[in-house]
Design a protein around this ligand. Structure first.
Ligand SMILES: Cc1cc2nc3c(=O)[nH]c(=O)nc-3n(C[C@H](O)[C@H](O)[C@H](O)COP(=O)(O)OP(=O)(O)OC[C@H]3O[C@@H](n4cnc5c(N)ncnc54)[C@H](O)[C@@H]3O)c2cc1C
Length: 467
């Protein structure tokens, strides 16, 4: 059977599995006894990796997800890295085996195929359920979803980085938001809409990150005239990149000698900072397209002008009218159903850390972190009394989940990690939030018992070294 056949067979098998697990869960909930050893919120790469590497039997675990991984809906759209970089400990077949050898970037379909083949192979107990709340009592976690509750002494939160952020009601009224969504004139920066996004006319894409860049590229490709609007950022955040570019500029000015236009330089630096998060090799097309204008500004108000949409922003450019707008301004980990929202009742007081030299995973408080933070990479949050972890993309935002008074220095480290993640360089193997790194961390974490007394618990990780 060819690889397309393998992928589509896995997809069908998975659909039957999901149907069966969801039916079983519904029946158990009705009978009042949906109880397992471990529950996982999420159905994407991190949720699958923790299930597959945990060694917990299928009938003792449950993955609850409101939708599956986001990549399947993007079809042939290129991801941010080559397939060879998207290796996971959990996959039974790596994305590379589904990706044509000459593709510089892995297609979303190839990554999705690797994930679905893995889920089908392991008969992952994946259920359809949008988790709305988590509570903790008597040593058990209870997770709620429409129509029921499931209970377990262990919980992994692997639900990504939360719902996509919206503009405040004063900038875009809920009524107009609903109307524009209904007409297909407004899209949110959810990759699930990317594949069908083929606008004409004038398009505004709001947001300075990688997801915004993908919508810009789509709009430019379908012949639209795109304005790409990003908020001004503190250039200080990008000091490394700026230092390099300034050094280059100095070299250019030296030979042959030229005068420096300070105003132009300032505008250039502002632009560089505002779009820095999207400026990776994968997104060259969005930066180079002739029909894309990049602008810096913060949206003030969006109004309807008949068939056109008027958008005003706080920049000398003022207001313009558009046929379509895309809002891709990040995700909200703090929302009720984001990782922080769901973890709220059980805020971790200790961290799950991996030692970068030895690879060991330990459950630590900030006091135990030691002086050299570069040796400990924070990979999640761990509760002291029961097993509770935040994994995958959800863990790329852990500092609000841990007690702030404990973690001044640790925050700095985490902030640096996030900064790297946003930049998503060509090779992101060393970055905690990347697929490659997160899968190693999750596999290691699954070998570490997290009871309170086991702060220094060790594991044998010899076959899971990062490089
Ligand atoms: C534009 C873009 C490009 C990227 N490119 C790369 C790349 O090239 N390489 C790389 O390493 N990383 C990349 N990433 C990061 C990448 O998304 C993550 O590394 C990976 O997909 C995270 O997997 P995850 O399972 O943690 O989260 P997700 O894949 O986001 O999965 C979250 C899961 O949780 C479910 N869920 C969410 N909320 C709930 C709820 N309340 N109830 C039930 N289920 C819920 C979702 O339906 C989904 O199943 C990219 C991200 C973006 C946005």
């Amino acid at each position: 059977m060819d690889l397309d056949g393998v992928a589509s067979e896995a997809k069908q098998a998975l659909e039957s599995l999901i149907e069966a697990s969801t039916t079983r869960l519904t029946a158990e909930v009705r009978a009042g006894s949906a109880r397992r050893q471990r529950l996982v919120v999420g159905g994407g790469f991190a949720a699958t990796t923790t299930h597959v590497t945990s060694g917990i039997a299928n009938d003792q675990s449950l993955l609850l997800a409101d939708a599956w991984e986001p990549w399947g809906a993007m079809h042939d759209w290129p991801m941010g890295q080559p397939a060879a970089e998207l290796v996971s400990e959990a996959f039974v077949r790596q994305p590379e085996s589904f990706s044509p050898a000459n593709n510089p970037f892995c297609s979303a379909a190839a990554f999705s195929a690797a994930l679905q083949v893995t889920q089908a192979h392991h008969a992952v107990p994946l259920c359809r359920a949008a988790v709305s709340a988590v509570s903790h009592a008597g040593g058990d976690f209870a997770i709620s979803f429409p129509g029921g509750t499931a209970i377990a002494p262990q919980l992994d939160i692997a639900n990504g980085r939360g719902p996509f952020a919206r503009l405040s009601d004063s900038k875009l009224s809920p009524e107009l938001d609903a109307e524009l969504r209904r007409d297909g004139r407004l899209a949110y920066g959810d990759g699930r809409e990317l594949d069908t996004f083929a606008p004409r006319g004038d398009v505004l894409v709001i947001g300075g990150g990688a997801t915004a860049a993908w919508f810009v590229e789509r709009g430019a490709r379908s012949g639209a005239k795109v304005v790409w609007l990003a908020e001004r950022r503190d250039p200080g955040l990008w000091e490394d990149a700026l230092a390099k570019r300034l050094q280059r500029l100095e070299e250019l000015c030296r030979s042959p000698p030229r005068s420096l236009d300070v105003g132009r330089l300032r505008r250039w630096i502002e632009r560089l900072s505002a779009f820095r998060a999207a400026d990776v090799p994968r997104n060259r097309a969005a930066f180079r397209a002739n029909n894309v204008t990049r602008t810096i500004g913060s949206v003030r108000e969006i109004k309807s002008l008949g068939t056109r949409i008027e958008v005003a922003w706080d920049n000398p450019s003022g207001a313009q009218t558009f046929d379509h707008i895309v809002i891709a301004i990040g995700q909200m980990p703090t929302a009720e159903t984001g990782p922080e929202g769901l973890a709220h009742p059980v805020r971790g007081r200790r961290l799950l850390c991996r030692n970068t030299l030895t690879g060991s995973v330990r459950c630590l408080s900030s006091a135990e972190l030691g002086d050299d933070l570069s040796e400990e990479r924070i990979i999640g949050v761990a509760n002291t009394t029961v097993t509770f972890r935040v994994l995958g993309a959800a863990a790329a935002y852990p500092w609000r989940l841990v007690r702030m008074d404990h973690l001044e220095r640790a925050n700095v480290q985490t902030h640096l990690e996030l900064k790297q993640l946003r930049c998503a360089p060509k090779h992101s193997r060393g970055i905690a939030g990347s697929i490659y790194q997160a899968s190693i961390d999750i596999a290691l974490a699954n070998k570490t018992p997290l009871q309170a007394a086991l702060g220094a618990a060790r594991l044998n990780h010899a076959n899971l070294s990062p490089e």
